[in-house]
Design a protein around this ligand. Structure first.
Ligand code: PMP
Length: 443
């Protein structure tokens, strides 16, 4: 193997030669990123990019405290969980302390997909049912069972649709959906869609396991749920004998600012909570928290073992991440800077008709682009153009939503007000350029 630095072209051609082609790259001209620090990434020439899209390196890229915790524990010991070790119980106690009762038991796994996969097994074992309610546009992970519960994938290119045990509830989208606004009435109207699915399940020869939902919809297009939606939907699911799973893989750990967990913004307590991405700041760590009853029902003789889950290195990393969030008051930072950024972005709406909606909680924000504010015609091509131009301005964004027209903003939560100013200023310029570009194109 060569030891000299590989050029971008060489890496690209070797990726094509050695890696499965289903793996994609960001940007028309892919970036070679060699270093990260805080909210910034650096390419091979030392150019700095503001990372507005990476919700994994939650407390900042290469946070020294997290790196030190990882290195110190890796130098000492890394084994599976079949020996006693203090790190796993310390970490479990600290993680569970962030959750309301009766969420008091946890399992450690290695990815958001493993967490959701386990959540499905817990729900099925506890209820004896199989049928699962999901939300249209949702993504919950990459395994076979999770593609089955992810309309984002099974209804997309290469997908084979939903199996009969999966039931998709209408997306509770207060901007684009049939019921508008964030009030309780809208929440109840969308939750009635969950009620209709429950009736179908109960009328057929089927048995309910439960419902899984993100407390703020990520792949669905950075959608903030209307008030009361989860409370009403979860009440209906429980009344039908199902359990309620909150997928906090994208939104948990203080990102929403007002609360530590996304589900708290909806005033509910789920039966199962799944966590991933930010939990290990980039280290492959994930977790599931649940009630004592559900965990006990799952202990039915079949052991749950996960070779890497809960190892001492992962637990040391997880603990360091929780310590940093607390000591650097990053939840409060997400609240304060997120509100400031939302204001700044909303301020652009007067000058730029392309922005149809700006929404978000804390540092989880979506900017939906439309060609027409009346018809809501999605501006997908414009969104791609803007993301490319923002990259040239040194800012990394990406696109989400079923119509590919939502700019998603979910930076490391060490993001500052200065970063927000830089972002809003650059977006203002790029939107103005985009308007000129469009006018030129249409002449
Ligand atoms: N749930 C949600 C909401 C996600 O966004 C993702 C990843 N994008 C997953 C689960 C799966 O996580 P992982 O890629 O770590 O398996």
């Amino acid at each position: 193997m060569t030891t000299r630095a590989l050029s971008k072209e060489e890496i690209l051609s070797q990726r094509r030669a050695f890696l499965g082609p289903s793996l994609s790259l960001s940007y028309e001209e892919p970036l070679l990123i060699l270093r990260g620090q805080g909210q910034y990434l650096y390419d091979e020439a030392g150019n700095r990019y503001l990372d507005v899209v990476n919700n994994v390196c939650h407390v900042g890229h290469s946070h020294p405290r997290v790196v030190a915790a990882l290195a110190e524990q890796a130098a000492l010991l890394n084994t599976n969980t079949r020996y006693l070790h203090p790190a796993i119980v310390r970490y479990a106690e600290k993680l569970l302390a962030t959750l309301p009762a009766p969420l008091e038991v946890c399992f450690f796994v290695c990815s958001g997909s493993e967490a959701n996969e386990l959540a499905l097994r817990l729900a099925r074992t506890y209820t004896g049912g199989l049928d699962t309610i999901v939300i249209v546009g949702a993504y919950h992970g990459n395994t076979a069972a999770l593609i089955d519960i992810s309309p984002y994938k099974h209804n997309g290119p290469g997908g084979r649709g939903a199996p009969p045990w999966v039931h998709a509830a209408p997306m509770p989208d207060p901007y684009r959906g049939p019921y508008k606004g964030y009030g309780r009435e809208t929440g109840a109207q969308y939750a009635a869609g969950v009620g209709a699915l429950l009736e179908t399940i109960q009328a057929g020869d089927r048995a309910l396991a439960g419902m899984i939902a993100e407390p703020v919809l990520g792949c669905g297009g950075q959608i903030v749920l209307p008030d009361g939606y989860l409370a009403e939907a979860f009440a209906r699911v429980r009344a039908a004998g199902g359990v309620c799973i909150a997928d906090e893989v994208q939104v948990g750990f203080g990102r929403v600012g007002s609360h530590f967990w996304g589900f708290e913004t909806q005033g509910v307590v789920p039966d199962i909570v799944t966590m991933g991405k930010p939990i290990g700041n980039g280290h492959p760590l994930a977790a599931v928290a649940t009630t004592r009853d559900i965990a006990d029902a799952f202990a039915n003789g079949m052991e749950y073992f996960n070779t890497f889950g809960g190892n001492p290195v992962s637990c040391a990393v997880g603990l360091a991440v929780l310590d940093v969030i607390e000591e650097e008051q990053l939840q409060e930072n997400a609240r304060r800077v997120g509100a400031y950024l939302l204001d700044g972005l909303r301020g652009l709406m007067d000058r730029h008709p392309l922005i149809g909606d700006v929404r978000g909680l804390g540092l989880f924000i979506g900017v939906e682009l439309v060609d027409d504010r009346e018809t809501l015609e999605p501006a997908a091509a414009e969104a791609s153009w803007i993301v490319e131009r923002m990259k040239e301005a040194g800012i990394l964004l990406s696109i989400d939503g079923p119509l590919h027209n939502v700019l998603k903003l979910k930076p490391p939560i060490v993001f500052t007000a200065e970063d927000a100013d830089f972002l809003v200023g650059a977006l203002d310029n790029v939107l103005a350029e985009q308007a000129d570009h469009r006018a030129g194109r249409e002449l």
